[in-house]
Design a protein around this ligand. Structure first.
Ligand SMILES: Cc1ncc(COP(=O)(O)O)c(C=O)c1O
Length: 332
């Protein structure tokens, strides 16, 4: 399938990615939330339970496992606000590949520390996503590292598509059980892969992308019909630190256009409420970025009224600083 000049990721590519990464990633469970009676709750695809704490591990392994021996020997560089950093550092540590990660100086302390503890060399830059892309490109040119894209690559999109395969296969009601899947959008790799795989498996599944209202570049792009970029200062307004990429990718965008049904927004208060609800009700830790999808799914925002048990929110990550978690839990 193509759209414009872009080759869109096929279901075969997603299945190949699944075979490749399966030995290294967790097939995360679908955990019910808000069930008044058995089987009546919204389902969370609990990617916070990956050993790196977020879904990004799938794309990191899919990319690193595809590299030639020579590329593996030279090492890799990645740019990330946090979860891709931890994922690449983790996969590099498992596979014996050296990793350099460009991160914003204001990334959550927990993400910076985990990345360093896993053995990666961390290079700190300013908070804008454009700035870290430029620094990573510079390191590719000067050091010969291979870049591990965070979202704008077919390997990443195929890897995130594996989340849709597992979700559809594992729904307790069997095939046809999933009506709506909610995913956060930043660079768009997750939404692109989940939507591409879901629609090619079962065109009846509705895929809704979710963004913080105060940092809604993909929502603006969706409305304008072209990629809209927002300033870094505006993106910094959301507590969802994983969703501050200033514009969606050139490859993720045609996937969003081809396969995503709608993009909606949630408020900061709704995100905090979702972090708290997930902790109390599902006994899971969600970081703000990972709770945006839950916030929209709880409301059915962008859905078409499917019963909660047929809605799945991808809880994308749980790497949260203790102070932020405490604040969400106590409402202070
Ligand atoms: C927890 C979490 N959820 C969602 C996303 C969004 O993923 P993407 O950039 O593929 O849209 C990220 C990106 O870093 C993330 O860290």
């Amino acid at each position: 399938v193509t759209r414009g000049t872009a080759d869109l990721v096929s279901l075969d590519e997603v299945r190949d990615a699944h075979r490749r990464i399966q030995p290294h990633v967790v097939r995360t469970p679908l955990v019910p939330l808000g069930a008044a009676s058995p089987g009546s709750g919204l389902l969370l695809k609990a990617e916070n339970l990956q050993p790196s704490g977020a879904f990004k591990l799938r794309g990191a392994f899919n990319t690193l496992l595809q590299m030639s021996d020579d590329e593996q020997r030279r090492g890799v560089v990645a740019h990330s606000s946090g979860n891709h950093a931890v994922a690449v550092a983790y996969a590099g540590a498992v596979l014996g590949i050296s990793t350099v990660i460009v991160m914003p100086h204001d990334a959550p302390t927990s993400k910076l520390e985990r990345t360093r503890t896993l053995g990666a060399e961390v290079v700190l830059v300013g908070s804008g996503s454009n700035e870290r892309v430029a620094k990573a490109d510079e390191l590719v040119a000067s050091k010969g590292y291979r870049l591990v894209e965070p979202y704008n690559s077919p390997l990443i999109i195929a890897a995130t598509g594996t989340i849709a395969i597992e979700t559809i296969e594992d729904h307790p009601d069997g095939s046809g059980g999933v009506a709506e899947i909610y995913v956060p959008v930043s660079g768009g790799g997750l939404a692109a892969g989940v939507a591409a795989a879901a629609k090619q498996l079962d065109p009846g599944v509705r895929v809704v992308g979710v963004e913080p209202e105060v940092a809604a570049d993909a929502f603006a792009s969706w409305q304008a019909g072209r990629i809209v970029e927002l300033p870094a200062e505006q993106m910094a307004r959301t507590a969802a630190d994983g969703l501050r990429v200033q514009k969606v990718g050139s490859l993720t965008w045609p996937h969003l256009q081809a396969f995503v049904d709608e993009i909606v927004t949630v408020t900061e208060a709704e995100i905090r409420h979702a972090v708290r609800t997930v902790a109390v009700d599902a006994r899971l830790v969600a970081e703000p970025s990972g709770a945006t999808s839950v916030a929209a799914a709880l409301e059915g925002r962008g859905g078409t009224g499917a019963p909660p048990q047929r809605r799945v929110a991808v809880l994308t990550g749980g790497n949260i600083d203790l102070s932020v978690l405490t604040e969400a839990l106590t409402g202070q």
